[in-house]
Design a protein around this ligand. Sequence first.
Ligand code: ZN
Length: 105
Amino acid sequence: MATVFRELLLLINNAKIGVNPPKKPFNNIFGNAKGVTIPANKTIYLNPKNTPTEKINNLIHELGHVQLHTNTNQPKTSLLIEELQANLISYFIVIVKNYGIDNHN
Ligand SMILES: [Zn+2]
């Protein structure tokens, strides 16, 4: 589990996406969220109380938000649609990585 998380962090760091601990306690800023993406600086914050599985799930989910929802030139959509899109892209990332599918065409 820790290896998967480290590999994801490498992938994310190579894409110049920040995964930072917040400067204040996470819950004071983001409440009970498992993870949050700040679009303006493409930074992901994960709740330090997440279980190992939650860390991975939420890191991939937030990566989906970074990929889809950090372009300020695109029209804003509803939160519900953004959550669905982030989940869909996170499943896509997992499947492509798990099965070694080359999606660069
Ligand atoms: Zn989300």
